[in-house]
Design a protein around this ligand. Structure first.
Ligand SMILES: Cc1cc2nc3c(=O)[nH]c(=O)nc-3n(C[C@H](O)[C@H](O)[C@H](O)COP(=O)(O)O)c2cc1C
Length: 197
């Protein structure tokens, strides 16, 4: 395997981190890798909000945990069911719910990614941007986890601290740091490809 392939196969959602901080140079390299992602009609819709203060991360994580209930209710019954199934699907680590920081898993860096609410391609672009960042982080010896729950920050009092402009919202967060666990690879579904002649 070449280095890129090997990085892709080694990346895991890591939910346990060492206390070691991450230098601002490394954070900037990872953000910049995100900026290099492709985007529909080159809109580059992503905006990054970087949290590195332990107390701030704790406050945001705690607020999101409570804001989630409001968020679930707003998104409707279908989404509630999807979220519950999703949580159960993380089966190997359901004890994360009992963690002190069940949203950001004690990671030293949280990068929230926002985009325009009206750009229909923005969530796809943000996904590509986030994957670039996670692979860049892995290649630099760090681990990451995408945190969809972070979007519920919108339903909390802490949201205004971010000053997200009207018309934009948080799509996703990436947590990153030096991992303190080696999760096993989740087996991938292989029956999902159709080759057309
Ligand atoms: C859009 C998205 C949202 C996710 N949200 C969360 C989350 O809120 N909390 C969490 O612990 N993991 C979250 N994950 C991580 C997934 O659970 C994880 O990627 C999946 O179980 C596959 O494991 P792997 O990344 O190690 O291959 C999310 C992943 C994606 C792609």
């Amino acid at each position: 395997m070449n280095e890129t392939m090997s990085t892709i196969y080694q990346r895991r959602a890591v939910r346990k981190y060492k206390a070691q901080s991450v230098s601002s140079e490394i954070i900037e390299q990872i953000v910049d890798a995100g900026r290099m992602a492709p985007s529909a009609i080159n809109m580059q819709p992503w905006k990054f909000y970087v949290l590195t203060n332990k107390e701030t991360i704790k406050t945001f994580g705690g607020a999101i945990k409570h804001g989630m209930v409001k968020g679930f209710l707003k998104t409707g019954i279908k989404q509630i069911i999807t979220n519950i199934i999703g949580t159960l699907h993380m089966g190997h680590k359901t004890d994360f719910v009992k963690q002190d920081d069940m949203v950001f898993h004690g990671a030293p860096v949280v990068i929230l990614i926002a985009s325009s609410k009206t750009n229909e391609w923005a969530p796809v672009d943000v996904g590509m941007c986030a994957q670039n960042m996670m692979l860049a982080a892995k290649s630099l010896g760090l681990d990451t986890c995408p945190i969809g729950m972070a979007r519920y920050i919108e339903y909390t009092d802490t949201y205004e601290k971010l000053n997200v402009p009207n018309g934009e919202h948080i799509n996703l967060a990436i947590i990153l740091g030096y991992g303190d666990e080696l999760p096993e690879v989740h087996e991938r579904i292989k029956t999902n490809v159709t080759y057309i002649d």
